[in-house]
Design a protein around this ligand. Structure first.
Ligand code: IPE
Ligand code: IPE
Ligand code: MG
Ligand code: MG
Length: 296
């Protein structure tokens, strides 16, 4: 049986060490570096970078290239959280068990820390020195995928749909679209990046995309459920906030038990997409199962 906990811990350490190295070499204004470091190293689960590495493994690749994509993805994710928590967005005071960036520093610093992380991610992605034509082409594909996923028709579109629909009643299809964009898109790009940089075949990448879409949606529906019934001390963020802000969520629309059923279906779809993979994709299988039971 594959043991997920030590796997996650090992990968978290690898990602944290790599991120720390990047930050330690960053020369900039002290307050900006301090805010970036504060949010980046506040104790996130590192799910996106770990998925990137696990997808690379699943296609029998090695990490030498995927690790820098993994770090860039975590930087983009952390930027999105800093901005998501701002008073003009979700107005949250707790994140990763600590004060949100704008509470610890101030709004201007938090906005700029987010800007810095987003652009830094693409600086990292484009700093690799490819040794072959194929490597160069792969990096361009990865940069295109990640920027598309994070940008105007991806995560940012999901976020504007989310904030502009507060207090309105969306259909299930409209809500699914928000979740696929605001959360699913970046998760999917993490998985495809890892698979591309591990030299996965196009058939493998297609299957991994199905896996990714399903776990991305399941992950955000679980986030909605944890906002209703999670323990803030474990979760590291306040609960009940979605209802207070009139957010459209799966539990609000369908109730908790229907939402859970839906998640199970998504996880089954994700696992099925891995049917033709060997045991190198066991970490991806275990992560899919973990998404249903996670408490943070
Ligand atoms: C929280 O993401 C925001 C969502 C997109 C649901 P995570 O639950 O991965 O947060 P961290 O990185 O562990 O803090
Ligand atoms: C976060 O969505 C999505 C992004 C940051 C892109 P939520 O606003 O639902 O997540 P939490 O609950 O604040 O982590
Ligand atoms: Mg939000
Ligand atoms: Mg939020």
């Amino acid at each position: 049986m594959f043991d997920l906990i030590p796997y996650l811990e090992k990968k978290q350490k690898l990602v944290n060490d790599s991120l720390r190295q990047i930050i330690n070499h960053t020369i900039s204004h002290e307050r900006l570096v301090s805010a970036v470091n504060y949010s980046l190293m506040a104790g996130g689960k590192r799910l996106r970078p770990i998925l990137c590495l696990a997808a690379c493994e699943a296609v029998s690749g090695t990490y030498d290239q995927a690790i820098s994509a993994a770090c860039a993805l975590e930087m983009i994710h952390t930027y999105s959280l800093i901005h998501d928590d701002l008073p003009a967005m979700d107005d949250d005071k707790l994140r990763r068990g600590k004060q949100t960036c704008h509470i610890k520093y101030d709004d201007a610093t938090a906005i700029l820390a987010g800007d810095a992380l987003l652009t830094y991610a693409f600086q990292i992605l484009s700093s690799n020195k490819p040794k072959t034509y194929e490597q160069a082409a792969n990096w361009i594909t990865v940069i295109n995928n990640v920027s598309t996923a994070a940008g105007i028709g991806g995560m940012v579109e999901g976020q504007i749909r989310d904030v502009t629909s507060e207090g309105t009643q969306l259909t299930l299809d409209q809500l699914e679209k928000i979740h696929l964009l605001k959360t699913g898109a970046l998760i999917k790009s993490a998985i495809t990046s890892g698979a591309i940089l591990g030299y996965g075949t196009s058939i493998m990448i297609e299957q991994l995309e199905i896996y990714a879409e399903n776990i991305g949606l399941a992950f955000q529906i679980t986030d909605d459920i944890l906002n209703v019934e999670g323990d803030p001390r474990v979760l590291g963020k306040e609960t009940g906030t979605d209802q207070n802000r009139g957010k459209n969520t799966y539990p609000a629309l369908l109730g908790i038990s229907k939402s859970r059923e839906l998640i199970k279906g998504k996880i089954n779809n994700a696992l099925q997409a891995l049917d033709n993979f060997d045991n190198k994709s066991d970490p991806l299988r275990a992560i899919a199962q973990y998404i249903i039971v996670r408490k943070k």
